[in-house]
Write a protein that binds this ligand. Structure first.
Ligand code: SF4
Length: 698
């Protein structure tokens, strides 16, 4: 930080990394962001983590794209072979007119041969325009984004059983709770500012129950740490609920007033005694019973979860269990009570709300509903489009291999790093006969592009984003995009016009105004309000209501206002360890790096702290392998092999290895399994069978 002489101007915006949505003040000098301070947003109350405070300088990195690029006719065959600092062997610069013409000519008129990936890194307005571009321009719903790799199964369970995909209470509500469960999440690394509120909750006597196959950092603050067997979530949660039923600790009044299917849930849970489940989940029966009693007897309790819950082939079942646990104890819709899937990207909530998903139009209105489609067609002044649910992220890649999809428009996503079994995705990208990538760097995905459109970083654009708390917040530009780079919304508008769409938007505010016509969630939220107030939580009940932090106190948006119990059975992971692949691979993020690393690995401070591809193994496992901490190991699954530095970490069970997925030189997703959850269609990033060997020193 510095004093007021250090900058020429200051601009308030939103941190571009995680779903916490911290509000920031950007200090700008000579057209560059010099430093960042936290301000008093509703989610962060002035706090920032290391990424928000020090991870902004990627926006000034020399690799930033400054001009449109088109693939050279004499370029080498498509592959992961472009040096982002020396791309001239593969691409040539083009004018915007030429690049947009080439981009549009390769897409227009191709109907179902086209698919699109939008981005949870872009604004709500950009997400809305992107899904409209695919639906209106090509007549179908083959449009998706990284929610499919993140919380799609949580949303599937919430939509099914609660009637809404968003959180029922903000994470800040933990201040009113006396018990909280954090399961399958590592907030100290992945939602660091939210974690500070969780720690404060324990300091004032709140009971924190942490459940995770890894001994995540919050264990140090926990009343109970349940380090259960990977993939055994359902057996553990059903055993806890079994105890609540057996000891009659449930809230009969709440169940009768606000739920359905209780008798079926109760009957189902009979088979899940703690004694029986203990062997599967690895937690002793008495601990399961104690935790059940503490949660059920809480005056107010919250449940937080992350991708440890969602990224399994039984991810929807995992979330169903958490929903059932909250419903049977009446822990929804009151201060300090609620269900909160901690959303990952800064705008994954907003992009999903804006309809950037293949089965729903904005506000989760089904594409199969004729009335809904006709309402959107009216606003868009266009004809009807397909009533079939579109393909999801991984299904689109399969459809490329099957020759059904031949052209793609990818905005701000990096499937060449983020997809499971990533060589399969990379081969699909190479196979496309037309790929338009819009981004700020030549990402791994842009390596395969025919046209690259240079876009704006978050601190170079205007627009709204919605955080994990349902808070719609205003992002403002602090710096101009470099060179000829442009704001994403404006690029999509120009591409749409060249594809024959009659679009006429002068600003993101125009797009927001159109979104409001068919999105009740934005009632009482206007662009002007957001300009003045910076954030409004939806639902907002009046033009002056800052929004409702807690919802569903008087029933649920389902038939008769009742939430539903959906019993969950134990389903084994898709791939289990065997003699050849005897250990368990699990993947995730680490504090200093964000997702596929395209931004944070170009941030000096963050890259200096965590410069090398790494994995974590228990010290006893390293000893068995005769590998010193800091030495290298070779990891092999049925999909491929990577070699990377090994750290000793007692938090990882002896038969597990944890690999962050930010490092292209040892991409974790070369190893991961693409088997998907049947409801949320989310891949099983959290469990694969792996062989771990000592590698030759590098
Ligand atoms: Fe940014 Fe998330 Fe850190 Fe807040 S907690 S500063 S939103 S990365």
């Amino acid at each position: 930080t510095g004093d007021s002489k250090d900058f020429d101007s200051e601009v308030n915006s939103i941190c571009p990394f995680c779903g916490v949505g911290c509000q920031v003040s950007l200090k700008v000098k000579d057209g560059n962001v010099k430093y960042v301070e936290g301000i008093n947003g509703p989610a962060n109350e002035g706090r920032l983590c290391v990424k928000g405070r020090f991870g902004f300088d990627y926006i000034h990195h020399p690799h930033r794209l400054t001009k449109p690029l088109v693939r050279r006719e004499d370029a080498p065959a498509k592959g992961l072979n472009v040096d982002p600092g020396n791309w001239q062997t593969h691409f040539r610069e083009a004018t915007w007119d030429e690049a947009l013409d080439i981009a549009a000519n390769g897409l227009k008129g191709r109907g179902r041969e086209v698919a699109g990936f939008g981005s949870a890194k872009c604004t709500n307005e950009e997400a809305y325009l992107f899904q409209k571009f695919i639906r209106q321009g090509f007549g179908h719903n083959n449009v998706d984004h990284c929610t499919r790799l993140c919380h799609a199964s949580s949303v599937a369970a919430l939509m099914e059983n609660v009637g809404s995909g968003a959180v029922t209470a903000t994470f800040n509500e933990i201040k009113n709770a006396d018990v909280a469960i954090v399961i399958g999440a590592n907030p100290i690394e992945n939602h660091p500012v939210a974690a500070t509120f969780f720690k404060q909750f324990t300091k004032r006597g709140g009971k924190l129950i942490v459940m995770d196959p890894r001994g995540v950092g919050l264990r140090r603050f926990a009343t109970h740490m349940l380090q259960f067997r990977p993939g055994a979530d359902v057996s553990m949660l059903n055993a806890i609920m079994h105890t609540i039923v057996e000891e009659k600790l449930y809230d009969q009044q709440y169940i009768e007033a606000y739920t359905e299917n209780w008798e079926a849930e109760k009957a189902h849970l009979k088979d899940f005694s703690p004694e029986k489940m203990s062997e599967i989940c690895g937690i002793d029966p008495e601990t399961l019973r104690t935790v059940a009693r503490e949660f059920a007897n809480a005056k107010a309790a919250m449940i937080f979860w992350g991708m440890g819950i969602s990224q399994h082939i039984h991810g929807t079942d995992n979330s169903r269990c958490l929903i059932s646990l909250a419903l049977m104890t009446g822990q929804v819709g009151r201060p300090g009570a609620g269900l909160h899937p901690l959303r990952g990207q800064n705008n994954v909530q907003g992009a999903s709300d804006a309809g950037l998903i293949p089965m729903f139009l904005p506000d989760y209105q089904s594409v199969t509903d004729d009335g809904v489609r006709s309402a959107f067609a009216d606003v868009w002044n266009s004809g009807d489009f397909s009533n079939e649910k579109g393909l999801t992220v991984t299904e689109i890649m399969d459809a490329v291999h099957d020759d059904q999809i031949k052209a793609m428009y990818i905005l701000g996503e990096n499937p060449a790093m983020s997809d499971p079994d990533v060589d399969h995705a990379r081969d699909a990208l190479a196979k496309l006969d037309h790929l338009v990538v819009q981004d700020i760097f030549i990402t791994e995905t842009a390596n395969y592009a025919d046209v690259i459109l240079p876009a704006s970083a978050f601190y170079g654009k205007s627009g709204t984003v919605t955080n994990t708390n349902r808070q719609v917040q205003m992002g403002r530009p602090a710096v101009a995009p470099p060179g000829e780079a442009r704001e994403d919304w404006a690029i999509t508008v120009d591409l749409a016009k060249r594809c024959g769409l009659n679009w006429d938007y002068a600003s993101p505010a125009d797009v927001f105004a159109e979104m409001k016509l068919n999105m009740n969630s934005l009632n009482n939220i206007t662009w002007d309000r957001l300009e003045n107030e910076n954030a409004v939580t939806y639902p907002s009940l009046s033009p002056t209501d800052p929004g409702q932090p807690i919802v569903f106190g008087d029933g649920f948006p389902r038939a008769e206002g009742r939430a539903r119990f959906t019993p969950a059975s134990v389903i084994a992971p898709d791939e289990t360890p065997d003699a050849e692949y005897p250990m368990i691979l699990t993947t995730g993020r680490q504090l200093e790096h964000w997702h596929t690393g395209s931004m944070t690995r170009r941030s000096k401070v963050l890259d200096a702290v965590e410069p090398e591809a790494n994995c974590s193994l228990h010290p006893s496992t390293l000893r068995k392998l005769s590998v010193e901490p800091g030495g290298h190991v070779r990891l092999t699954t049925r999909r491929g092999t990577i070699t990377l530095m090994a750290r000793a970490d007692r938090a990882v069970a002896p038969d597990m290895v944890f690999v962050p997925f930010a490092f292209v030189e040892a991409a974790a997703n070369i190893l991961t399994n693409s088997a998907i959850d049947p409801y949320g269609k989310i891949p099983e990033f959290k469990f694969a069978a792996v062989k771990v060997e000592k590698a030759d020193e590098q």
